[in-house]
Design a protein around this ligand. Structure first.
Ligand SMILES: Nc1ccn([C@@H]2O[C@H](COP(=O)(O)OP(=O)(O)OP(=O)(O)O)[C@@H](O)[C@H]2O)c(=O)n1
Ligand SMILES: C/C(=C\CO)CCC[C@H](C)CCC[C@H](C)CCCC(C)C
Length: 300
């Protein structure tokens, strides 16, 4: 059995196990939907042929392909915000709940979209362009240079445009940071965004509703909120890592990965529970601490 390599040579690989075959079929089926149908990245059965000396990053087709993926994800981001604006206007969702659901879904769907982009070195910058555009939207509306009522209604708690310049702005900056610095091949970016979105986001929803028992050192936070952050942060992170491992972007030994994710979730939960929100927003402290702990635990 042979597999292709970027130099164009073929090298012997061991016969596949049933798990490998399952993963390859899954990866091929997703990649087939994403990989350009001709030229660079052309498929020959299980192999992706990259002609010698031609990097995918330099082809015009790759640039056009990634630009198309960026437009699609931008459209998804705009549609998401519009959908929750509509639900809030119709009073199907409270504004606070809408904001938290946008917090949870935006980052997780952004993570889900990363495999759409090509394998070129520049792909991460095309992906990061999406949070950059939203960063500019938040700045323009937060400074009242424009007034996108849909954005303000679905993303602020009280409807004050200046709210856009805090939590939401920090949030999209973290999305950009993870896309550019960590991208798909590192678990750190995936873990950080999953914890910020799947953990911190759920803590707010559960904590507001069931958080009667407050944490002794921070009466603004509750045991229910923190426990839900620990549980959902752990589960959502494992789910996202599994998604990336099935697509072949990360290779994980699950026996060691599960306790590592549990440790990261625990530390992120403790940091989120601290009474430091007045000093540093959760959308900064939680992902940055997660990046630090995940960088240490997943690289050792
Ligand atoms: N561990 C937690 C986290 C949140 N909450 C509840 O959720 C509310 C908002 O939590 P917080 O994370 O502070 O949200 P904000 O940072 O204010 O909102 P955003 O992240 O959207 O800016 C808290 O006041 C509390 O009622 C909780 O009970 N326990
Ligand atoms: C309310 C928020 C944070 C406060 O804790 C989230 C703000 C979200 C931004 C307004 C929109 C961000 C969109 C993402 C960059 C891309 C999502 C793409 C996906 C396909 C929907």
């Amino acid at each position: 059995m042979f597999s292709s390599s970027s130099s164009g040579f073929l090298r012997r690989t061991p016969p596949p196990t049933s798990t490998t075959i399952f993963k390859q079929i899954t990866k091929d089926s997703v990649r087939f939907l994403c990989t350009p149908k001709f030229g660079i990245g052309q498929r020959l059965g299980r192999f992706v042929v990259v002609p010698r000396g031609v990097s995918a990053a330099t082809t015009a087709q790759d640039l056009v392909y990634n630009a198309g993926a960026t437009v699609a994800v931008l459209g998804g981001a705009y549609a998401l915000v519009r959908a929750f604006d509509d639900l809030t206007r119709r009073e199907i969702l409270q504004q606070g709940l809408s904001r938290k659901l946008v917090h949870i879904l935006s980052g997780l769907l952004f993570l889900v979209s990363w495999p759409i982009f090509s394998n070129s070195n520049e792909a991460r910058y095309f992906a990061a362009f999406v949070p950059l555009v939203n960063c500019l939207r938040l700045l323009v509306n937060g400074l009242s240079l424009a007034s996108d009522e849909g954005l303000i209604k679905s993303v602020t708690r009280e409807g004050d445009p200046q709210e856009l310049l805090r939590g939401p702005l920090y949030y999209v900056v973290i999305l950009m940071l993870c896309a550019v610095v960590f991208w798909r091949e590192s678990s750190v970016g995936v873990v950080s965004l999953a914890m910020m979105c799947g953990g911190d986001g759920v803590a707010d929803i559960i904590g507001r509703r069931y958080g009667s028992m407050k944490i002794p050192y921070n009466h603004k936070k509750s045991w229910a909120g923190s426990i839900s952050m620990l549980v959902f942060g752990f589960l959502v992170t494992l789910g996202m890592l599994y998604y990336y491992s099935v697509l072949g972007h990360v290779q994980l030994d699950w026996v060691s990965t599960v306790p590592r994710v549990a440790l990261v979730a625990f530390v992120a939960t403790v940091v989120e529970s601290l009474p430091i929100t007045e000093v540093v927003d959760d959308n900064i402290s939680v992902p940055l601490v997660t990046m630090a702990v995940a960088s240490f635990t997943f690289q050792h």
